[in-house]
Design a protein around this ligand. Sequence first.
Ligand code: NAI
Length: 333
Amino acid sequence: MKIAFFSTKPYDKTFFNKYNETYGFELEFWETHLGPHIVNAITEGTEVVCVFVNDKLTEEVIDIMAAKGVKVIALRCAGFNNVQLETAKKHGIRICRVPAYSPEAVAEHAVAMLLTLNRKTHKAYNRVREQNFSLNGLLGFNLHGRTVGIIGTGKIGKAFIKIMLGFGCKILAYDIFEDDSLTAIGVQYLPFDEVLAHSDILSLHCPLTIENHYLINESTIANMKKGVTLINTSRGGLIKTHDVIQALKSGHIAYLGIDVYEQEEKLFFKDLSGSIIENDEIQRLMSFSNVLVTGHQAFFTEEALSQIASITLNSVDHLIRGTVPEDQSVLLA
Ligand code: NAI
């Protein structure tokens, strides 16, 4: 049974080859993204296509995959906003994803971004290497006693909240479903606008949907406290970059940490150090000293990659045999 992997990097091969020792599937690794330009290259006998966050499974792509006999789409990530589910359903293609792979990995990265920004360790690192031990310009602020607003209190949001409670922060939250176990540990759920209005720090942990595209825009930023810190490890499309740049220039947003970017598919996961980047907004963002950009690495820990490989191969094994695993990894059975 053959699985074609798209958008693969050396570390994907390492972890999938290791966990495939149990199954013995034939694995075919492609470096390119999956999209209309390459879908016709899927070779005969490929029953499963395994994709990542920036592969584009549009109606056109899925129609061609179905005609080639693909039976399963395996997303080796949590989000599935890049897949036309209705088209897959129409063709009877089954879909699985990895609903949770170490939510702590992403939550801890969000905390790492926050601690970098509030204590300016990114500046200190460069300064000390130049033998400059001056503290001017490195003044930070305590997290203890600050109000942190969380948008989306699912697995990652919850892991992030637990860490922030340890810092002695007050937690406000907004989610379309409230989690009683969080209320029990002191989290206060409020309407979205009120969370924005009362938070010193905001961290986004909801999925990207049609409804919440550009959730953070000129009008919602106007509702935030002046001097707010904004962290986004969720999906780039939650933020209207143009409006955030204006807010950084005016000082309304004092610090920004993003691991995701609305046009990241042309940039992230690639070494572009020898290229000219034409995207002006990312260049502008990277020029601010109070902005930290990482290239979608929040998930990137040994624990998470092990879970991604083992959960994906287990789900594929089930779906190919016509059974459904019990771990909630199946989107379309
Ligand atoms: P989850 O499904 O456990 O939680 C998402 C929560 O968001 C749910 O409680 C849901 O009710 C809530 N929600 C949905 N729409 C909302 C809205 N409009 N406003 C407020 N809340 C809303 O998902 P999980 O595992 O916590 O992941 C969250 C997101 O993190 C994923 O959708 C994905 O986009 C992103 N992610 C990023 C990674 C990275 O490496 N940067 C890695 C993994 C996930």
